[in-house]
Design a protein around this ligand. Sequence first.
Ligand SMILES: [Zn+2]
Ligand SMILES: [Zn+2]
Length: 305
Amino acid sequence: MIFIIAWERISPYRKGLPFFRDGFWVDLVWYTIIQSYFLQILIFKYIIPVIQNCIHWHGFAFFRSWSITEQVLFFLVTHDLYIYLFHRMQHASKLLWRTHEAHHSGKEIDFLAGSRSHIAEIIINQTIEFAPIVILGAHPEVIPIKALLDAMFGMFIHANVNVKFGKLKYFLNSPELHLWHHANYREVFHANFSTKFSVWDYLFGTVYDPGRKPGDNRDNWGLYYDYPKDYFLQHAFSVKRFDEKKLLKYKWFKFYYGLRPNMIVALKKLFRLNKGATIINMHPPGDLPPSLMVADADENIINYN
Ligand SMILES: [Zn+2]
Ligand SMILES: [Zn+2]
């Protein structure tokens, strides 16, 4: 992650994209930390054991004779083909699109943007990814290795980095192809579905590689329709369409809608206050000579009483 963040600063694909970009905290706090934490418990402690108990099968005996590397490669390739096909279906079916639009909702794509995936999408894809590893009796180390590779590839293909893969692009996926998949153009709505191996897009004729960039305007990226910014509203929107502006007439919604932005404003104020407070003693401002009075970033004199 540190390497990719540094790379994004040194050689950005889109210049001027801020580190704390639009939706950064939703992606980090809700999708990357909280959602991932609870879903791994759900998938590994409840869903996979139930499937295992239902089928009463202990996998192929020959499979256990494979090395860990061979097993990882096997699951890497087979799951990547599955994810290509399912991803393609998500773009073709109105119902499945509801589980995938969140991933396309960001207008500023960076290393963290790939984490934005609807709960249903993660449950389906990670169950199909990890259940066979457990059921086929693969070495337990295959799971963390595979999960680490997923995280690394996920960060890489969404990273805001300028990368030219040359001939390797026909085999391995990179931001060069996947950032186009997040662009708001009709031409790419059914293209560049690959995750790790771009070879699927070349094999099945779904690659879009015009050799230029989508553009730096917000309209060039993300969805063509309005989409909520809040984690819970994003999930509610996948079940029932609504217009946030119209719902603001309800007091409870107005309260909830303003909760997150108000908290951010309050936190920013607190942060500024603390920054100021570190360089001042606790005497009331009246006791201090004017040169020691401290102003916060908005030039308001802070009252330390
Ligand atoms: Zn997609
Ligand atoms: Zn993506």
